[in-house]
Design a protein around this ligand. Structure first.
Ligand SMILES: C[S@@+](CC[C@H](N)C(=O)[O-])C[C@H]1O[C@@H](n2cnc3c(N)ncnc32)[C@H](O)[C@@H]1O
Length: 300
């Protein structure tokens, strides 16, 4: 239900015809002997990056959904998310990458007695939370709650992408979420995952969701339209979960949502040891949008 209402980009923000033409042109260029290993068409991709920056800054109706609450997070994240949140202690830390307005965090810290937070995250002590977003979407409600909680219980960082923070700036976390945030928007998929895992304590997990992808269990409906595509060095399609499962020191669990508006993969990435290494992805196509269309090629 949430997925249907929250993923509105397909009709509005994405001109399907233009996109198909763009992909065909790219494929035609690449088939002229150069193949996927050729550098991306950088000037065109740069134009798309510039368009994408404008999308982040928009505040009107054409902007994206940035105010999902904790109950929305519970619906779109993998099954274990609410229990994992409920197990956190008061000195543990939760990082929400691409937090938008941070509504899920406000719900988590809402006064006890409100039914919603107790359904997800339990009724025990609250962990410290860090929200990061490229653009500052803090509301008055956020500012008031942060001030009343004090002691940096909830922090909001903006103006940079995840990859631009040093380990010292962010510290380590027991739990990381990403709901239609950096994982859905980044132009460097492998760097993004490696960075998130570097901030995670061993035993902790990243809970995330990726819309419009080839599903791990192959249940995608005929005619589905994809926003994130991966191919191997020989240009054969690779599923996101198959790629992630090649990451060392992790345990990956994938849930496939066939009946949502777009085939959607819910993903839990558990860090089990410290030697994390993510197989590299190179960007070969990027079309600005909310979310963008992206095509990556795995390094041999
Ligand atoms: C569609 S909004 C989702 C907001 C929120 N998670 C929600 O569901 O309401 C996308 C958010 O991801 C952020 N974002 C995108 N790429 C990011 C990155 N690489 N690092 C940090 N934030 C990023 C945007 O700035 C924005 O806050």
């Amino acid at each position: 239900m949430i997925a249907k209402s929250s993923i509105k980009w397909s009709a509005k923000a994405w001109n399907a015809t233009a996109a198909r033409v763009a992909v065909v042109i790219v494929m035609a260029v690449q088939s002229l002997g150069a193949g996927w290993t050729q550098e991306p068409a950088q000037p065109r991709i740069d134009e798309e990056f510039a368009k994408q920056e404008k999308i982040y800054r928009r505040r009107d109706a054409g902007s994206y959904t940035a105010n999902r609450g904790l109950s929305n997070y519970a619906e779109v994240l993998p099954t274990g998310f609410c229990d994992a949140l409920g197990r956190l202690g008061s000195s543990d830390r939760w990082l929400d990458i691409g937090a938008g307005e941070g509504q899920a965090i406000l719900d988590y810290y809402a006064p006890r007695g409100d039914a919603a937070p107790e359904k997800c995250g339990g009724s025990g002590p609250r962990a410290r939370v860090v929200a990061i977003s490229i653009e500052d979407r803090r509301t008055d409600k956020w500012k008031q709650q942060a001030a009343s909680l004090g002691d940096d219980r909830i922090r909001y960082l903006s103006g940079k992408r995840l990859s631009q923070y040093s380990p010292e700036e962010l510290g380590k976390f027991q739990l990381i979420t990403d709901v239609y945030g950096g994982f859905t928007y980044t132009e460097n998929l492998s760097r993004f995952i490696e960075k998130a895992l570097s901030l995670l304590e061993i035993g902790g997990a990243v809970y995330t969701v990726l819309p419009a992808v080839h599903l791990e269990d192959g249940t995608d409906k005929l005619g589905a339209w994809y926003k994130t595509e991966l191919v191997d060095a020989a240009s054969r399609p690779v599923k996101v979960c198959s790629w992630l499962k090649q990451t060392s020191c992790t345990k990956i669990t994938c849930e496939s949502k066939t009946d949502w508006d777009e085939p959607t993969q819910l993903i839990e990435i558990r860090k089990v040891c410290s030697g994390v290494s993510v197989p590299r992805t190179n960007l070969v196509e990027y079309i600005a949008g909310a979310p963008p269309g992206r095509r990556f090629q795995l390094e041999p």
